[in-house]
Design a protein around this ligand. Structure first.
Ligand code: AMP
Ligand code: MG
Length: 432
């Protein structure tokens, strides 16, 4: 019997479609391609009040139910009039009344007349132009003088529906709602929107040398920092987080952790235990519970990584087995897991934007792998931006990540960089 249409294609099948696929020397772009083809979005929607929907993924297109603004209105405080009444000499117009925002003038404005009008007030019938207050002369209760040449016909008039027309698409499904979008929804009078449910992501650290905060640091041990960086990165993606702590490199403990994660989460992120030298029950258990590939990716930091899907008790979850080194965890999260998680959430993520800037420093780089160096982007007094790399770039040196405000992306084929050359950077902070 043929496979049902919903069945998950195997990783092997997907990899066979990637030209020159070699798990032991996989270019970053190929790994991203395999992940992207393997991932399926969750499909579960909830309705939220718009404030609660900030940073969530919109689950349906939003069509504007009304014209915004609903009426032609004034963009300035001034006088609404007919442009045809103006000439090459100053013109004195009789003031027919006043229109306020939210309180329209209910009389007529005839030829040779004008209406005192406030910003946002409805334009009176027959008038097509607003002269700002400051361009007028000798205004009193009865009349005002408009000098020649201060406006063109149609100036300072906002049209009904110029922001959004009724029936026009306002926001597309898959959009991650930003502050402006909440305002836009409010401007349409929409109180609630359908969003994808939060993605549940379970994570744990593996390694017998790891200690949790509060435990004594025995000889040769380090505090587990990866769970904290992962927590931060996942929070930024508005995921539901299941922190499973440190799991010892013992088969029973690992199996129980992987099974519980697969039963309770949509995605699992682990750190450590996927490199060549690792005490490798982690890898054995990943392979035992599902369809998982172990890659050596052509990148630095972050060469070893596991990716796939594991199941337990009829539930399954995507698995990202990230390397243990603290910088490698962040780099592999940002360049592989992040995009995949966003896809799972039903978002339509654009690739991380690359900004080309001048490198102040020489950077050694071997073609044939992608490098992510921690950078500090600065702007000089003339507004010129340039980047230098932070001191030590070791993949265990988390301080380099903390000091940096960007990552310098040295592409697969790129070679050494000389001072003054252009390089691409990804900024850590952006206005969203
Ligand atoms: P592994 O990938 O397990 O071989 O780990 C590589 C390096 O990263 C080792 O020096 C580990 O001690 C370190 N490491 C692994 N996991 C963590 C963690 N959760 N927090 C801090 N360092 C870690
Ligand atoms: Mg380890």
């Amino acid at each position: 019997m043929s496979q049902p249409p919903q069945a998950h294609p195997s990783l092997e099948h997907i990899a066979s479609c990637v030209s020159g696929y070699d798990p032991d020397a996989l270019p970053v772009a190929s790994a991203q391609q395999v992940i992207r083809s393997f991932i399926r979005p969750i499909d579960s929607v909830e309705k939220l009040a718009i404030r609660a929907a900030l940073d969530r993924v919109l689950a349906a297109d939003i069509i504007s139910p009304i014209n915004v603004p609903a009426h032609d209105n004034s963009a300035m405080d001034g006088y609404a009039l007919r442009a045809s009444d103006l000439g090459s000499e100053p013109v004195r117009l009789r003031i027919a009344g006043t229109a306020f925002a939210g309180r329209a003038f209910d009389g007529q404005v005839g030829p040779g007349e004008c209406l005192r009008i406030m910003t946002g007030a409805i334009m009176p019938a027959g008038c097509d132009t607003v002269v700002p207050q400051e361009f007028t002369r000798d205004g009193d209760e009865q009349a005002v003088t408009i000098p020649p040449g201060v406006v063109r016909a149609g100036d300072n008039r906002r049209f009904a529906g110029e922001d959004l027309k009724a029936g026009q698409a306002a926001l597309a499904r898959g959009r991650i709602l930003r502050p402006a979008d909440l305002g836009l929804l409010a401007s349409l009078g929409i109180a609630e929107v359908p969003v994808q449910r939060r993605l549940r992501v379970a994570f744990f650290s593996t390694g017998d040398e790891l200690r949790s905060i509060g435990e004594p640091l025995d000889e040769g041990c380090v505090y587990d920092s990866n769970r904290y960086t992962l927590y931060g990165m996942l929070r930024r993606l508005s995921c539901d987080i299941v922190d499973m702590g440190v799991v010892r490199d013992e088969p029973e403990a690992l199996e129980a952790a992987f099974r519980s994660a697969a039963e309770n989460a949509d995605a699992i992120i682990t750190s450590g235990g996927v490199s060549v030298g690792a005490a490798d029950y982690t890898k054995q258990m990943m392979a035992k519970l599902g369809d998982v590939s172990f890659w050596k990716i052509g990148m630095r930091p972050g060469r070893p990584m596991a990716f796939g899907h594991i199941s337990s008790g009829g539930h399954g979850a995507y698995l990202f087995g990230l390397p243990g080194n603290p910088v490698a965890v962040m780099v592999t999260f940002y360049f592989f897991a992040r995009d995949a998680l966003l896809h799972m959430m039903g978002a339509a993520p654009a690739p991380l934007p690359l900004l080309p800037v001048v490198s102040r420093t020489a950077i050694r780089k071997k073609p044939g792998r992608t490098e992510y160096q921690r950078g500090i982007l600065t702007t000089d007094a003339d507004g010129r931006r340039s980047v230098s790399i932070t001191g030590s770039q070791g993949s265990g040196i988390l301080r380099s990540m903390s000091e940096a405000n960007c990552m310098v992306v040295l592409h697969h084929e790129q070679a050494n960089v000389a001072p003054g050359d252009m390089v691409d950077v990804v900024l850590f902070d952006g206005l969203t």
